[in-house]
Write a protein that binds this ligand. Structure first.
Ligand code: SAH
Length: 233
């Protein structure tokens, strides 16, 4: 595991410290251990986890300013923000998921890996984003595999400060971008750029959509009662 991890990250231009290697290995072992009891991921082979979860998660690490505040909405087993935090210990991290079993797993990961400035919250995004302590308080919001971009922007942009960014991980983008343009303009988002990466060993293309928060999100968003998903903007 260690050698493969070092080698795969190296070939992507990332040199891991001894501590980061130990943290990724520890994280891997926790995922495999908990996965037998709670459903965390279908991907379990070491090389697959290293490429499709760990490397994939850290791809936009150069985009993030030092000491930034960052929230991961629908983080599940901690993707993408746990790998980003391992690589970028300066980040001030909030992890949110609607499933308490996964949040309890994340608390164990945070404690075992000794991650500082990391908070795990059990909540739906719609409920958390209307609280003053969380609304428009973050430099960045990241999200991977949570919802289509029109729904996702309602669940995420309310957390982002004006001037901050939403960073959405997507495999296919063209159709989603078109159908999200109305939601983005209502919620105060503006497409800044799309970053494209080829994962090693032909494991696919990853697109990362960077959306800048250019104006306040109107207070009536996000809507409750599952509306962001059942009736997207
Ligand atoms: N981001 C992770 C998990 C994706 S699965 C990864 O890429 O592997 C989607 C996760 O989003 C699930 O854990 C689910 O509980 C969570 N989720 C879905 N809708 C949510 C919402 N409205 N608020 C908070 N979490 C949500």
């Amino acid at each position: 595991m260690q050698q493969k991890l070092i080698q795969i990250f190296n070939s992507a231009g990332i040199n891991l410290t001894t501590m980061q290697v130990a943290q990724f290995e520890n994280y891997y072992n926790l995922i495999i251990d908990y996965n037998s009891r709670i459903n965390l991921t279908a991907i379990t082979e070491p090389v697959d986890v290293i490429i499709k979860h760990f490397l994939d998660s850290v791809l936009p690490y150069k985009e993030l300013q030092e000491n930034a505040t960052i929230i991961d909405v629908g983080t599940g087993a901690g993707f993408p923000l746990i790998p980003l935090k391992i690589l970028r210990p300066d980040l001030k991290v909030t992890l949110v998921d609607a499933l308490n079993k996964r949040v309890n797993f994340l608390k164990e990961v945070v404690s075992d890996l000794k991650l500082d400035n990391t908070t795990c919250i059990h909540s739906r995004a719609e409920d958390l984003a209307i609280k003053l302590d969380y609304r428009q308080k973050f430099d960045y919001c990241v999200a991977r595999a949570v919802a289509k971009l029109n729904t996702l922007s309602e669940l995420t942009l309310p957390f982002v400060k004006v001037g901050g960014k939403l960073i959405a991980y997507k495999s296919d983008i063209s159709e989603e971008l078109d159908s999200a343009s109305n939601a983005l303009s209502i919620l105060g988002g503006n497409l800044e750029k799309i970053l494209s990466f080829e994962l090693p060993q032909n494991m696919g293309t990853r697109n990362i959509i960077v959306i800048k928060k250019v104006s306040d999100t109107p207070t009536k968003y996000p809507r409750g009662a599952n509306k962001p998903k059942s009736n997207p903007l």
